[in-house]
Ligand binder design. Structure first.
Ligand code: FAD
Length: 571
């Protein structure tokens, strides 16, 4: 599949939904004629079309490059044949490479049979018009009306969002697509290997060897191999806080963080939520959440995230994304967080809802090919590219099961590689049933990946069956890994108490031999969901002993707000 589209993103649509009028482009080296053509075109077609003019073929070609970058359509060229340096036919020959659907009319002062024959043979000219055309009602408009009706009949409005031109196997291209999709920004993917349009856009940008991905915005400007933060700033995502101090800072925009934000802000707390990738967290990557209360038919993680973000924004939560918090320090009674770029924000109460991140597959070669055929999580942006291919899913719990069912709709065959001898051991029954009922899913039990191969992208996977002791190697271009997850909380070293696996301790779990945590200064025990630092709370998967469900994260996020209020009423 060469191209794909993603929709949604209301805040985005507001900024970019400028529907460009199709262009009527006229080219003539005689200034008087050029003005007359433009005047006549504007009079009749100015409401529906944009009239552009140029006094030479070369100038016109430069403008066409800009139109192409902005994805503005050209409906018709009306071009003088006899121009110095570049004739009308020569101009059309080049212009049609960029706008092959445009109608072509050649203007000439006298009958020039040779040019007419060339024009028809070489550039498929639609009409050969003799100057002068007065009155236009008789000699110009009937011809153009007819051609434009024809053009409109086949016209498909161009895509008006961001276009990403890249290479399917580039991890940087994958990161950009994933970032846009997870932030629900409409974009069109153009594979440089597979589409002429992609190569043309690169040429229009004037690059022979551009750094990919090239991210082209609706105004025709572009960024080469940008960081997500640069893209975020260009598309209007909020990346900087409005103020230096908040009642509540929430770090992590998964279900727990979003719930805390909604409850906190709706109850009057000035709240900012900081998310390093995209709001929704792990849940946002789920193709179908079937067990969240109130959605009997299930809903996709993307939908859940969108609803939660809309709700949080309605209560005026500031959502900063992509921004990563890399440090926290306590200036009693305030907490100060630091971003990766060194800037800081302060707050009365801090909530950590950073969840867990996928555990890495420790097999030689995997690290090098990550993002180039090997992905952690469902990477739904890659689903269309897997059409008619075999997809490998590594893991045996619910997230792997959901992904298998999802990819089975796109791929030729899905192979689940599961260490245990029974899929039902770690996967919900409804998913096991769905997998058994899906013809193009193969399950390899007692199996694990022992090798991956590929030059610049995944080409082959070797699986070992631990019972039979046999290895099987097969060509593979896509492998999605779901082998559990772990918290990433090193940045809290020296501040918050954690268990040996990095999960944050809170409430009663902090008590040792009936004693309050070390350094605890208050004359009360830590509240449920309060850490060893008064005023710093935790919710969701990152908490020690967490249930690891969307509903429990949402529940804890809302409950924690009650303790935030109690804490604030005492300081
Ligand atoms: C594929 C998949 C399918 C699932 N399906 C279901 C299901 O059907 N039903 C169900 O109940 N549960 C499901 N789960 C589990 C559920 O999604 C999680 O339990 C839930 O998302 C946990 O929410 P959370 O807010 O605690 O953390 P997370 O969802 O992990 O969110 C944490 C967020 O914090 C951000 N973050 C981390 N560190 C920082 C930092 N330093 N600075 C800024 N941001 C940071 C992360 O980017 C992330 O967005 C699924 C999980 C996965 C992966």
């Amino acid at each position: 599949m060469a191209s794909g589209r993603r929709f949604l993103g209301r805040h985005f649509e507001k900024e970019f939904a400028i529907v460009a009028k199709p262009v009527l482009f006229t080219v003539d080296d005689d200034p008087e004629v050029l003005r007359a053509v433009e005047r006549d075109l504007r009079r009749r077609y100015g409401r529906e079309y944009r009239i552009l003019r140029a006094d030479s073929g070369r100038t016109a070609l430069d403008s066409l490059g800009k139109l192409k970058l902005r994805n503005d359509p050209v409906a018709l060229f009306l071009v003088d044949q006899r121009m110095p340096r570049m004739t009308g036919v020569d101009f059309l020959d080049e212009a049609l490479v960029t706008f092959p659907e445009a109608k072509r009319v050649l203007l000439t002062a006298y009958a020039d049979t040779d040019a007419a024959i060339r024009a028809i043979n070489e550039v498929g000219v639609d009409y050969y018009l003799l100057k002068p055309w007065d009155p236009p009602e008789d000699n110009l408009y009937p011809v153009l009306d007819d051609l434009l009706d024809d053009w409109r009949a086949d016209y498909r409005p161009p895509f008006e969002g961001v276009r990403v031109i890249g290479d399917r196997w580039s991890s940087r291209s994958h990161a950009t697509k994933d970032f846009l999709a997870r932030n629900r920004v409409p974009y069109q993917w153009l594979d440089i290997e597979a589409t002429d349009e992609a190569r043309q856009l690169v040429a229009e940008a004037g690059r022979s060897e551009p750094k990919l991905p090239l991210v082209v915005f609706p105004d025709g400007t572009y960024l080469e191999a940008p960081e997500n933060l640069e893209v975020a700033e260009r598309i209007g995502l909020r990346t900087r806080a409005e103020r230096p101090f908040y009642d509540l800072i929430i770090v992590g925009g998964g279900p727990a963080g979003l719930a805390a934000a909604v409850y906190g802000a709706s109850e009057g707390l000035k709240t900012v939520l900081i998310e390093r990738e995209a709001p929704g967290g792990q849940a946002g990557t789920s193709s179908r959440i079937e067990n969240y209360l109130g959605f009997p038919k299930g809903l996709s993680g993307g939908d859940l995230a969108r609803r939660a973000v809309d709700q949080a924004r309605r209560f005026e939560v500031e959502i900063l994304t992509p921004q990563e918090v890399s440090e926290v320090r306590v200036e009693d009674p305030y907490s100060i967080i630091k971003f990766a770029d060194g800037t800081e924000l302060g707050c009365h109460a801090l909530m950590i809802t950073t969840g867990v991140a996928y555990r890495r597959l420790d097999v030689p070669g995997v690290k090098r090919l990550t993002g180039s055929g090997i992905y952690y999580g469902a990477a739904m942006t890659e689903a269309l590219s897997c059409k008619d291919e075999d997809v490998y899913i590594v893991g045996g719990a619910n997230s792997a099961g959901q992904a298998a069912v999802y990819f089975a709709r796109h791929a030729r065959r899905v192979v689940i590689v599961c260490r245990s001898d029974d899929l039902g051991k770690a996967m919900s029954r409804y998913l096991v049933d769905q997998i058994e009922e899906t013809e193009n899913i193969d399950v390899r039990l007692n199996s694990y990946v022992v090798a991956v191969e590929g030059e610049d992208h995944l080409e082959r996977v070797t699986i070992k069956n631990s019972v039979a002791g046999k290895e099987e190697s097969a060509p593979a271009r896509s492998m999605f890994v779901f082998i559990g997850a772990a918290p990433k909380t090193e940045w809290l070293d020296g501040v918050l108490e954690r268990d040996e696996r990095g999960f944050i301790l809170a409430g009663p779990d902090l008590s040792r031999d009936g004693k309050r945590p070390k350094g605890w200064s208050l004359d009360r025990d830590p509240y449920l969901l309060e850490t060893n630092v008064p005023g710093i709370f935790v919710a969701g998967d990152v908490q020690h002993g967490s249930v690891k469900r969307v509903a429990s994260g949402v529940g804890e996020g809302s409950v924690a707000i009650q303790f935030v209020h109690r804490y604030l009423s005492q300081v």
